[in-house]
Design a protein around this ligand. Structure first.
Ligand code: CLF
Ligand code: SF4
Length: 518
Protein backbone atom coordinates (compact mmCIF):
# COMPACT_ATOMS: atom_id res chain seq x y z
CA UNK A 1 0.00 0.00 0.00
CA UNK A 2 1.25 3.47 -0.64
CA UNK A 3 0.21 6.14 1.73
CA UNK A 4 -2.31 7.54 -0.70
CA UNK A 5 -4.45 4.63 0.50
CA UNK A 6 -6.59 4.44 -2.57
CA UNK A 7 -9.00 2.11 -0.89
CA UNK A 8 -12.03 3.72 -2.44
CA UNK A 9 -11.41 1.66 -5.51
CA UNK A 10 -11.95 -1.53 -3.56
CA UNK A 11 -14.19 -0.22 -0.85
CA UNK A 12 -16.71 0.86 -3.47
CA UNK A 13 -17.21 -2.76 -4.45
CA UNK A 14 -19.37 -5.05 -2.36
CA UNK A 15 -17.21 -7.51 -0.48
CA UNK A 16 -18.89 -10.51 -2.10
CA UNK A 17 -17.97 -9.18 -5.55
CA UNK A 18 -14.37 -8.84 -4.52
CA UNK A 19 -14.32 -12.35 -3.08
CA UNK A 20 -15.91 -13.65 -6.28
CA UNK A 21 -13.12 -12.07 -8.32
CA UNK A 22 -10.58 -13.74 -6.11
CA UNK A 23 -12.28 -17.09 -6.56
CA UNK A 24 -12.45 -16.67 -10.32
CA UNK A 25 -8.92 -15.43 -10.71
CA UNK A 26 -7.27 -17.58 -13.33
CA UNK A 27 -3.69 -16.56 -12.73
CA UNK A 28 -1.41 -14.28 -14.63
CA UNK A 29 0.66 -15.04 -17.64
CA UNK A 30 4.42 -15.14 -17.58
CA UNK A 31 5.93 -11.72 -17.74
CA UNK A 32 9.28 -10.71 -18.99
CA UNK A 33 11.90 -9.96 -16.38
CA UNK A 34 12.34 -6.38 -15.38
CA UNK A 35 15.76 -4.97 -15.10
CA UNK A 36 17.22 -4.36 -11.70
CA UNK A 37 16.40 -1.01 -10.20
CA UNK A 38 18.37 0.88 -7.67
CA UNK A 39 17.26 -0.12 -4.24
CA UNK A 40 17.57 1.88 -1.11
CA UNK A 41 19.08 0.74 2.12
CA UNK A 42 16.84 0.05 5.05
CA UNK A 43 18.80 2.66 7.04
CA UNK A 44 18.45 5.30 4.37
CA UNK A 45 16.48 8.51 4.69
CA UNK A 46 14.42 10.72 2.37
CA UNK A 47 17.48 12.15 0.64
CA UNK A 48 18.52 8.65 -0.47
CA UNK A 49 15.44 7.65 -2.45
CA UNK A 50 12.60 8.84 -4.67
CA UNK A 51 9.89 10.70 -2.69
CA UNK A 52 7.21 8.14 -3.57
CA UNK A 53 9.38 5.32 -2.21
CA UNK A 54 10.15 7.26 0.96
CA UNK A 55 6.40 7.77 1.49
CA UNK A 56 5.98 4.00 1.38
CA UNK A 57 8.81 3.10 3.73
CA UNK A 58 9.08 6.01 6.14
CA UNK A 59 6.86 4.52 8.82
CA UNK A 60 7.15 0.84 7.96
CA UNK A 61 9.26 -0.72 10.73
CA UNK A 62 10.54 -3.58 8.56
CA UNK A 63 11.33 -1.64 5.39
CA UNK A 64 13.15 1.17 7.22
CA UNK A 65 15.67 0.38 9.96
CA UNK A 66 15.40 3.93 11.13
CA UNK A 67 11.59 3.68 11.38
CA UNK A 68 11.73 0.54 13.49
CA UNK A 69 12.89 2.54 16.51
CA UNK A 70 9.64 4.52 16.37
CA UNK A 71 6.85 2.58 14.65
CA UNK A 72 5.16 -0.73 15.41
CA UNK A 73 3.58 -3.50 13.38
CA UNK A 74 1.04 -6.15 14.16
CA UNK A 75 0.21 -9.49 12.63
CA UNK A 76 -3.18 -11.18 12.57
CA UNK A 77 -3.15 -14.96 12.37
CA UNK A 78 -5.92 -15.54 9.84
CA UNK A 79 -4.07 -17.90 7.48
CA UNK A 80 -3.61 -21.37 9.00
CA UNK A 81 -3.08 -23.52 5.89
CA UNK A 82 0.13 -23.88 3.92
CA UNK A 83 0.79 -25.21 0.43
CA UNK A 84 4.40 -26.27 0.95
CA UNK A 85 6.53 -27.84 3.67
CA UNK A 86 9.79 -26.28 4.83
CA UNK A 87 12.23 -28.37 6.84
CA UNK A 88 12.49 -25.59 9.44
CA UNK A 89 8.76 -25.28 10.11
CA UNK A 90 6.39 -26.97 12.52
CA UNK A 91 3.24 -24.95 13.04
CA UNK A 92 1.87 -27.25 15.74
CA UNK A 93 4.28 -25.93 18.30
CA UNK A 94 3.41 -23.00 20.56
CA UNK A 95 5.07 -22.18 23.85
CA UNK A 96 4.91 -19.05 25.96
CA UNK A 97 8.71 -19.02 26.14
CA UNK A 98 9.42 -19.43 22.47
CA UNK A 99 8.75 -17.37 19.47
CA UNK A 100 9.33 -17.80 15.79
CA UNK A 101 7.47 -17.47 12.50
CA UNK A 102 4.62 -19.95 12.11
CA UNK A 103 3.85 -19.96 15.82
CA UNK A 104 0.63 -18.44 17.17
CA UNK A 105 -1.44 -18.73 20.31
CA UNK A 106 -4.81 -18.12 18.62
CA UNK A 107 -6.10 -18.26 15.07
CA UNK A 108 -8.56 -15.54 14.12
CA UNK A 109 -11.47 -15.09 11.74
CA UNK A 110 -11.24 -11.99 9.50
CA UNK A 111 -13.88 -10.28 11.66
CA UNK A 112 -11.97 -11.01 14.86
CA UNK A 113 -8.80 -9.81 13.15
CA UNK A 114 -10.44 -6.52 12.15
CA UNK A 115 -11.58 -5.93 15.74
CA UNK A 116 -8.10 -6.74 17.00
CA UNK A 117 -6.50 -4.27 14.60
CA UNK A 118 -8.81 -1.50 15.80
CA UNK A 119 -8.13 -2.40 19.44
CA UNK A 120 -4.37 -2.31 18.90
CA UNK A 121 -4.49 0.86 16.79
CA UNK A 122 -6.45 2.64 19.54
CA UNK A 123 -3.96 1.55 22.20
CA UNK A 124 -0.70 1.84 20.26
CA UNK A 125 -0.94 4.98 18.08
CA UNK A 126 2.47 4.31 16.52
CA UNK A 127 1.19 0.98 15.10
CA UNK A 128 1.31 1.76 11.38
CA UNK A 129 1.44 -1.62 9.63
CA UNK A 130 -0.84 -4.63 9.57
CA UNK A 131 0.87 -7.74 8.28
CA UNK A 132 -0.53 -11.15 7.44
CA UNK A 133 2.27 -13.64 7.80
CA UNK A 134 0.66 -16.92 8.67
CA UNK A 135 0.80 -19.05 10.67
CA UNK A 136 0.59 -20.80 7.27
CA UNK A 137 0.84 -19.05 3.93
CA UNK A 138 -1.52 -16.06 3.42
CA UNK A 139 -1.98 -16.88 -0.27
CA UNK A 140 -2.89 -20.49 0.51
CA UNK A 141 -5.81 -18.86 2.38
CA UNK A 142 -6.74 -16.10 -0.09
CA UNK A 143 -10.36 -15.59 0.91
CA UNK A 144 -9.51 -15.06 4.60
CA UNK A 145 -6.46 -12.95 3.81
CA UNK A 146 -8.17 -10.57 1.39
CA UNK A 147 -11.36 -10.35 3.43
CA UNK A 148 -9.24 -9.25 6.39
CA UNK A 149 -7.52 -6.60 4.27
CA UNK A 150 -10.89 -5.47 2.98
CA UNK A 151 -12.36 -5.02 6.46
CA UNK A 152 -9.32 -3.18 7.77
CA UNK A 153 -8.92 -0.87 4.79
CA UNK A 154 -12.49 0.32 5.33
CA UNK A 155 -12.22 0.99 9.05
CA UNK A 156 -8.55 1.96 9.47
CA UNK A 157 -7.44 3.51 6.17
CA UNK A 158 -4.22 4.96 7.58
CA UNK A 159 -2.76 1.52 8.29
CA UNK A 160 -0.41 0.07 5.69
CA UNK A 161 -1.19 -3.48 4.57
CA UNK A 162 1.63 -5.97 4.32
CA UNK A 163 1.81 -9.56 3.20
CA UNK A 164 4.41 -12.29 3.57
CA UNK A 165 4.29 -15.38 1.37
CA UNK A 166 6.31 -18.38 0.26
CA UNK A 167 5.47 -17.30 -3.30
CA UNK A 168 4.03 -20.55 -4.69
CA UNK A 169 0.57 -19.06 -5.26
CA UNK A 170 1.82 -15.50 -5.72
CA UNK A 171 1.48 -15.07 -9.51
CA UNK A 172 -2.22 -15.99 -9.24
CA UNK A 173 -2.88 -13.16 -6.78
CA UNK A 174 -0.74 -10.24 -7.92
CA UNK A 175 -3.66 -8.37 -9.45
CA UNK A 176 -5.75 -8.78 -6.32
CA UNK A 177 -2.82 -7.65 -4.16
CA UNK A 178 -2.52 -4.54 -6.31
CA UNK A 179 -6.29 -3.93 -6.23
CA UNK A 180 -6.28 -4.03 -2.43
CA UNK A 181 -3.38 -1.55 -2.30
CA UNK A 182 -1.18 -4.00 -0.46
CA UNK A 183 2.01 -2.18 -1.22
CA UNK A 184 4.55 -4.23 0.72
CA UNK A 185 5.03 -7.91 -0.08
CA UNK A 186 7.67 -10.20 1.36
CA UNK A 187 8.61 -13.41 -0.47
CA UNK A 188 10.69 -16.03 1.30
CA UNK A 189 13.31 -17.14 -1.22
CA UNK A 190 15.83 -19.63 0.15
CA UNK A 191 17.21 -20.86 -3.17
CA UNK A 192 17.10 -20.50 -6.91
CA UNK A 193 18.85 -23.85 -7.50
CA UNK A 194 16.49 -26.87 -7.27
CA UNK A 195 19.38 -29.04 -5.99
CA UNK A 196 19.59 -26.77 -2.96
CA UNK A 197 15.83 -26.48 -2.76
CA UNK A 198 15.36 -30.24 -2.50
CA UNK A 199 17.26 -30.12 0.81
CA UNK A 200 14.97 -27.44 2.21
CA UNK A 201 11.52 -28.39 0.90
CA UNK A 202 10.36 -32.01 1.15
CA UNK A 203 7.20 -31.25 -0.84
CA UNK A 204 4.87 -28.65 -2.31
CA UNK A 205 1.16 -28.96 -3.05
CA UNK A 206 0.74 -28.05 -6.69
CA UNK A 207 -2.22 -28.47 -9.04
CA UNK A 208 -4.05 -30.73 -6.57
CA UNK A 209 -1.18 -33.09 -5.95
CA UNK A 210 1.92 -33.38 -3.84
CA UNK A 211 5.18 -32.83 -5.75
CA UNK A 212 8.54 -33.69 -4.17
CA UNK A 213 12.29 -33.31 -4.67
CA UNK A 214 13.96 -31.16 -7.32
CA UNK A 215 10.77 -30.98 -9.37
CA UNK A 216 9.00 -29.31 -6.44
CA UNK A 217 11.88 -26.91 -5.83
CA UNK A 218 11.99 -25.95 -9.53
CA UNK A 219 8.29 -25.11 -9.59
CA UNK A 220 8.65 -23.13 -6.37
CA UNK A 221 11.61 -21.02 -7.50
CA UNK A 222 10.01 -20.32 -10.88
CA UNK A 223 6.80 -19.15 -9.22
CA UNK A 224 8.64 -17.02 -6.65
CA UNK A 225 10.71 -15.19 -9.26
CA UNK A 226 7.73 -14.78 -11.57
CA UNK A 227 5.68 -13.35 -8.72
CA UNK A 228 8.50 -10.97 -7.79
CA UNK A 229 8.75 -9.65 -11.34
CA UNK A 230 4.99 -9.16 -11.57
CA UNK A 231 4.88 -7.23 -8.29
CA UNK A 232 7.79 -4.94 -9.07
CA UNK A 233 6.35 -4.21 -12.51
CA UNK A 234 3.28 -2.89 -10.67
CA UNK A 235 5.40 -0.72 -8.37
CA UNK A 236 4.75 -2.86 -5.29
CA UNK A 237 7.70 -2.84 -2.88
CA UNK A 238 9.11 -6.31 -2.41
CA UNK A 239 11.33 -7.58 0.34
CA UNK A 240 13.00 -10.96 0.12
CA UNK A 241 13.43 -13.02 3.26
CA UNK A 242 16.02 -15.81 3.15
CA UNK A 243 16.79 -18.27 5.92
CA UNK A 244 20.54 -18.89 6.25
CA UNK A 245 21.09 -22.63 6.70
CA UNK A 246 24.82 -23.35 7.15
CA UNK A 247 26.08 -26.07 4.82
CA UNK A 248 22.90 -26.02 2.73
CA UNK A 249 22.28 -22.56 1.27
CA UNK A 250 24.74 -20.21 2.98
CA UNK A 251 27.07 -19.89 -0.03
CA UNK A 252 24.17 -20.06 -2.47
CA UNK A 253 22.38 -17.05 -0.93
CA UNK A 254 24.82 -14.73 -2.70
CA UNK A 255 23.36 -16.04 -5.99
CA UNK A 256 19.84 -15.64 -4.63
CA UNK A 257 20.70 -12.06 -3.73
CA UNK A 258 21.75 -11.31 -7.31
CA UNK A 259 18.67 -13.03 -8.75
CA UNK A 260 16.21 -11.04 -6.63
CA UNK A 261 18.02 -7.75 -7.09
CA UNK A 262 17.94 -8.15 -10.86
CA UNK A 263 14.17 -8.60 -10.63
CA UNK A 264 13.66 -5.36 -8.71
CA UNK A 265 13.48 -6.46 -5.06
CA UNK A 266 13.81 -3.50 -2.70
CA UNK A 267 15.44 -5.15 0.28
CA UNK A 268 16.99 -8.49 1.23
CA UNK A 269 16.58 -9.88 4.73
CA UNK A 270 18.91 -12.81 5.46
CA UNK A 271 17.84 -14.38 8.76
CA UNK A 272 19.51 -17.07 10.86
CA UNK A 273 17.94 -20.53 10.88
CA UNK A 274 15.98 -21.19 14.08
CA UNK A 275 16.51 -24.86 14.84
CA UNK A 276 16.21 -26.87 18.05
CA UNK A 277 15.13 -30.49 18.62
CA UNK A 278 12.19 -29.44 20.83
CA UNK A 279 10.61 -27.59 17.87
CA UNK A 280 10.00 -30.95 16.19
CA UNK A 281 11.16 -29.70 12.79
CA UNK A 282 13.19 -31.83 10.36
CA UNK A 283 16.21 -29.55 10.78
CA UNK A 284 15.74 -29.41 14.56
CA UNK A 285 15.58 -33.19 14.84
CA UNK A 286 18.53 -33.88 12.56
CA UNK A 287 20.80 -31.43 14.39
CA UNK A 288 21.08 -28.83 11.64
CA UNK A 289 22.71 -25.82 13.29
CA UNK A 290 22.03 -22.14 12.74
CA UNK A 291 24.79 -19.62 11.92
CA UNK A 292 26.91 -17.73 14.46
CA UNK A 293 26.69 -13.95 14.68
CA UNK A 294 29.85 -13.47 12.62
CA UNK A 295 28.79 -15.97 9.96
CA UNK A 296 25.49 -14.13 9.54
CA UNK A 297 27.12 -10.70 9.45
CA UNK A 298 29.77 -11.85 6.94
CA UNK A 299 27.09 -13.11 4.55
CA UNK A 300 25.00 -9.95 4.97
CA UNK A 301 28.11 -7.82 4.38
CA UNK A 302 29.03 -9.76 1.25
CA UNK A 303 25.54 -9.30 -0.19
CA UNK A 304 25.36 -5.62 0.73
CA UNK A 305 27.51 -4.63 -2.23
CA UNK A 306 24.87 -6.16 -4.50
CA UNK A 307 21.87 -4.88 -2.62
CA UNK A 308 20.81 -3.23 0.61
CA UNK A 309 20.19 -5.53 3.49
CA UNK A 310 17.67 -5.67 6.31
CA UNK A 311 19.44 -6.49 9.56
CA UNK A 312 16.78 -5.63 12.13
CA UNK A 313 14.34 -8.50 11.55
CA UNK A 314 13.11 -10.11 14.79
CA UNK A 315 11.69 -13.27 13.13
CA UNK A 316 8.26 -12.48 14.50
CA UNK A 317 5.45 -14.77 15.45
CA UNK A 318 2.43 -14.73 13.15
CA UNK A 319 0.50 -12.93 15.91
CA UNK A 320 3.17 -10.44 17.04
CA UNK A 321 2.13 -6.95 18.19
CA UNK A 322 4.30 -3.93 19.00
CA UNK A 323 7.70 -2.50 18.15
CA UNK A 324 9.94 -5.11 16.50
CA UNK A 325 11.97 -5.49 19.70
CA UNK A 326 8.91 -6.13 21.85
CA UNK A 327 5.83 -8.32 21.71
CA UNK A 328 2.61 -7.10 23.28
CA UNK A 329 0.38 -9.84 21.85
CA UNK A 330 -0.56 -11.07 25.34
CA UNK A 331 -2.39 -7.74 25.91
CA UNK A 332 -4.64 -8.42 22.92
CA UNK A 333 -6.02 -11.94 23.23
CA UNK A 334 -9.41 -12.54 21.62
CA UNK A 335 -11.02 -12.68 25.04
CA UNK A 336 -9.55 -9.30 25.98
CA UNK A 337 -10.30 -7.53 22.71
CA UNK A 338 -13.90 -8.70 22.67
CA UNK A 339 -14.34 -6.94 26.02
CA UNK A 340 -12.53 -3.78 24.91
CA UNK A 341 -14.45 -0.66 24.10
CA UNK A 342 -12.70 0.35 20.89
CA UNK A 343 -12.86 3.81 19.42
CA UNK A 344 -10.73 4.45 16.36
CA UNK A 345 -9.56 8.02 16.57
CA UNK A 346 -7.69 8.82 13.39
CA UNK A 347 -7.01 12.42 14.39
CA UNK A 348 -5.26 11.56 17.65
CA UNK A 349 -3.26 8.84 15.90
CA UNK A 350 -2.08 11.42 13.38
CA UNK A 351 -1.22 13.91 16.15
CA UNK A 352 0.77 11.27 18.00
CA UNK A 353 2.64 10.32 14.85
CA UNK A 354 3.45 13.98 14.15
CA UNK A 355 5.09 14.16 17.58
CA UNK A 356 7.02 10.98 16.76
CA UNK A 357 8.23 12.58 13.52
CA UNK A 358 9.51 15.63 15.40
CA UNK A 359 11.49 13.45 17.77
CA UNK A 360 12.77 11.43 14.85
CA UNK A 361 13.98 14.54 13.04
CA UNK A 362 15.76 15.70 16.21
CA UNK A 363 17.55 12.35 16.36
CA UNK A 364 18.63 12.53 12.71
CA UNK A 365 19.84 16.13 13.14
CA UNK A 366 21.90 15.16 16.22
CA UNK A 367 23.46 12.26 14.31
CA UNK A 368 24.32 14.40 11.30
CA UNK A 369 25.90 17.11 13.46
CA UNK A 370 28.07 14.56 15.25
CA UNK A 371 28.95 12.84 11.99
CA UNK A 372 30.30 16.13 10.63
CA UNK A 373 32.76 16.31 13.53
CA UNK A 374 33.84 12.72 12.91
CA UNK A 375 34.93 13.69 9.43
CA UNK A 376 37.64 15.82 11.06
CA UNK A 377 39.05 12.77 12.83
CA UNK A 378 42.17 11.22 11.40
CA UNK A 379 41.66 8.48 8.84
CA UNK A 380 41.54 5.08 10.47
CA UNK A 381 40.44 1.67 9.30
CA UNK A 382 39.44 0.63 12.81
CA UNK A 383 35.92 -0.78 13.10
CA UNK A 384 34.33 -1.83 16.38
CA UNK A 385 30.97 -3.21 17.43
CA UNK A 386 29.03 -1.86 20.41
CA UNK A 387 25.87 -3.19 22.05
CA UNK A 388 23.04 -0.84 23.08
CA UNK A 389 20.23 -1.31 25.59
CA UNK A 390 17.17 0.50 24.25
CA UNK A 391 13.40 0.51 24.63
CA UNK A 392 12.94 2.45 21.38
CA UNK A 393 12.84 6.05 20.15
CA UNK A 394 16.49 5.67 19.09
CA UNK A 395 17.69 6.34 22.64
CA UNK A 396 19.90 4.58 25.18
CA UNK A 397 17.01 4.25 27.57
CA UNK A 398 17.08 0.72 29.02
CA UNK A 399 18.80 -0.57 32.16
CA UNK A 400 21.33 -3.35 31.61
CA UNK A 401 19.43 -5.73 33.86
CA UNK A 402 16.10 -5.13 32.11
CA UNK A 403 17.31 -5.57 28.54
CA UNK A 404 15.81 -8.50 26.66
CA UNK A 405 17.89 -7.71 23.62
CA UNK A 406 20.81 -5.50 22.67
CA UNK A 407 21.06 -3.62 19.40
CA UNK A 408 24.44 -3.87 17.71
CA UNK A 409 26.11 -0.94 15.94
CA UNK A 410 29.30 -1.01 13.91
CA UNK A 411 31.37 2.13 14.46
CA UNK A 412 33.91 3.39 11.96
CA UNK A 413 35.02 6.73 10.55
CA UNK A 414 31.93 6.44 8.31
CA UNK A 415 29.66 6.69 11.36
CA UNK A 416 27.45 4.37 13.40
CA UNK A 417 25.72 1.65 11.39
CA UNK A 418 23.05 -0.67 12.78
CA UNK A 419 24.14 -4.24 12.02
CA UNK A 420 21.85 -6.43 14.11
CA UNK A 421 20.47 -7.30 17.49
CA UNK A 422 21.01 -10.04 20.04
CA UNK A 423 18.30 -11.49 22.17
CA UNK A 424 19.38 -12.30 25.76
CA UNK A 425 18.02 -13.64 29.03
CA UNK A 426 17.04 -10.98 31.55
CA UNK A 427 19.91 -10.33 33.96
CA UNK A 428 17.74 -8.79 36.65
CA UNK A 429 15.53 -11.46 38.22
CA UNK A 430 13.21 -10.02 40.86
CA UNK A 431 15.73 -7.51 42.13
CA UNK A 432 18.80 -9.79 41.98
CA UNK A 433 21.37 -10.29 39.29
CA UNK A 434 21.45 -13.78 37.78
CA UNK A 435 25.01 -14.92 37.10
CA UNK A 436 23.89 -17.58 34.59
CA UNK A 437 22.03 -14.93 32.61
CA UNK A 438 25.08 -12.69 32.68
CA UNK A 439 27.12 -15.42 31.02
CA UNK A 440 24.55 -15.68 28.21
CA UNK A 441 24.58 -11.88 27.80
CA UNK A 442 28.38 -11.88 27.53
CA UNK A 443 28.25 -14.70 24.95
CA UNK A 444 25.63 -12.75 22.95
CA UNK A 445 27.67 -9.52 22.82
CA UNK A 446 31.14 -11.05 22.98
CA UNK A 447 32.11 -9.43 19.69
CA UNK A 448 31.45 -5.92 21.09
CA UNK A 449 33.98 -3.59 22.75
CA UNK A 450 31.35 -1.78 24.81
CA UNK A 451 27.76 -1.93 25.98
CA UNK A 452 25.77 1.32 26.25
CA UNK A 453 23.12 1.33 28.97
CA UNK A 454 20.93 3.79 30.87
CA UNK A 455 22.08 2.26 34.15
CA UNK A 456 24.07 -0.74 35.39
CA UNK A 457 24.92 -2.22 38.77
CA UNK A 458 28.43 -2.75 40.16
CA UNK A 459 28.54 -6.57 39.85
CA UNK A 460 27.69 -6.91 36.16
CA UNK A 461 29.92 -3.92 35.45
CA UNK A 462 32.96 -5.74 36.87
CA UNK A 463 32.17 -8.99 35.09
CA UNK A 464 31.75 -7.19 31.78
CA UNK A 465 35.08 -5.42 32.22
CA UNK A 466 36.73 -8.79 32.97
CA UNK A 467 35.24 -10.10 29.72
CA UNK A 468 36.77 -7.14 27.84
CA UNK A 469 33.45 -5.32 27.28
CA UNK A 470 33.35 -1.74 28.53
CA UNK A 471 30.09 -0.79 30.29
CA UNK A 472 29.14 2.77 29.26
CA UNK A 473 26.38 4.63 31.12
CA UNK A 474 27.50 8.19 30.51
CA UNK A 475 25.13 8.60 27.54
CA UNK A 476 21.98 7.56 29.43
CA UNK A 477 18.79 8.72 27.65
CA UNK A 478 20.80 10.30 24.82
CA UNK A 479 20.39 9.38 21.14
CA UNK A 480 22.17 6.15 20.18
CA UNK A 481 23.98 7.13 17.00
CA UNK A 482 25.11 10.55 18.23
CA UNK A 483 26.48 8.97 21.43
CA UNK A 484 28.12 6.12 19.56
CA UNK A 485 29.98 8.53 17.29
CA UNK A 486 31.20 10.55 20.31
CA UNK A 487 32.34 7.29 21.95
CA UNK A 488 34.14 6.18 18.79
CA UNK A 489 36.06 9.45 18.47
CA UNK A 490 37.24 9.00 22.07
CA UNK A 491 38.04 5.35 21.38
CA UNK A 492 40.33 6.37 18.51
CA UNK A 493 41.96 8.99 20.74
CA UNK A 494 42.53 6.44 23.51
CA UNK A 495 44.10 4.02 21.03
CA UNK A 496 46.32 6.82 19.75
CA UNK A 497 47.41 7.77 23.27
CA UNK A 498 48.19 4.11 24.00
CA UNK A 499 45.59 3.93 26.80
CA UNK A 500 43.84 1.00 25.19
CA UNK A 501 44.89 -1.57 22.65
CA UNK A 502 42.54 -2.19 19.77
CA UNK A 503 42.16 -5.95 19.32
CA UNK A 504 39.72 -7.97 17.25
CA UNK A 505 37.00 -9.46 19.45
CA UNK A 506 35.79 -13.06 19.05
CA UNK A 507 32.52 -14.41 17.67
CA UNK A 508 29.15 -14.18 19.43
CA UNK A 509 26.24 -16.53 19.81
CA UNK A 510 22.81 -15.89 18.28
CA UNK A 511 20.07 -16.87 20.65
CA UNK A 512 17.30 -18.85 18.96
CA UNK A 513 13.89 -17.37 18.36
CA UNK A 514 12.32 -13.95 18.51
CA UNK A 515 11.36 -11.92 21.49
CA UNK A 516 8.05 -12.16 23.30
CA UNK A 517 6.94 -10.64 26.55
CA UNK A 518 7.29 -12.92 29.55
FE1 CLF B 1 5.01 -8.35 9.22
FE2 CLF B 1 6.79 -9.07 7.52
FE3 CLF B 1 5.16 -7.13 6.94
FE4 CLF B 1 7.05 -6.78 8.71
S1 CLF B 1 7.33 -8.73 9.84
S2 CLF B 1 4.55 -9.20 7.24
S3 CLF B 1 7.35 -7.18 6.53
S4 CLF B 1 4.91 -6.22 8.96
FE5 CLF B 1 9.50 -7.72 9.80
FE6 CLF B 1 8.85 -9.56 11.53
FE7 CLF B 1 11.14 -9.74 10.21
FE8 CLF B 1 8.88 -10.12 8.98
S5 CLF B 1 10.58 -8.16 11.67
S6 CLF B 1 9.66 -11.40 10.58
S7 CLF B 1 10.60 -8.88 8.28
FE1 SF4 C 1 5.89 -23.10 7.47
FE2 SF4 C 1 5.85 -20.81 6.10
FE3 SF4 C 1 7.26 -22.92 5.19
FE4 SF4 C 1 4.58 -22.96 5.14
S1 SF4 C 1 5.93 -21.58 3.97
S2 SF4 C 1 5.92 -24.64 5.80
S3 SF4 C 1 4.09 -21.86 7.04
S4 SF4 C 1 7.65 -21.74 7.06
Amino acid sequence: MDDSHGFDLVAAEPLDDVMQKIAEHKGCGTTSGSSGKASCGSSDGPEDMAPEIWEKVKNHPCYSEEAHHHYARMHVAVAPACNIQCNYCNRKYDCANESRPGVVSEKLSPEQAAKKVLAVASTIPQMTVLGIAGPGDPLANPAKTFKTFQLISKTAPDIKLCLSTNGLALPDHVDTIAAFNVDHVTITVNMTDPEVGAEIYPWIFWKHKRVTGKEAAKILTDRQLQGLEMLTERGILCKINSVMIPGINDQHLVEVNKAVKSRGAFLHNIMPLISAPEHGTVFGLNGQRGPSAQELKALQDSCEGEMNMMRHCRQCRADAVGLLGEDRSAEFTTEKIMEMDVSYDLKSRQEYQSAVEEQRQAKVAAREAELATLQDAEASDIKVLVAVATKGQGQINEHFGHAKEFQIYELSTSGAKFVGHRRVDLYCQGGYGDEDSLETVIRAINDCVAVFVAKIGGCPKNDLIKAGIEPVDQYAYEFIEQSAIIYFKEYLERVKRGEIEHVQRGDAQIRQGALIEA
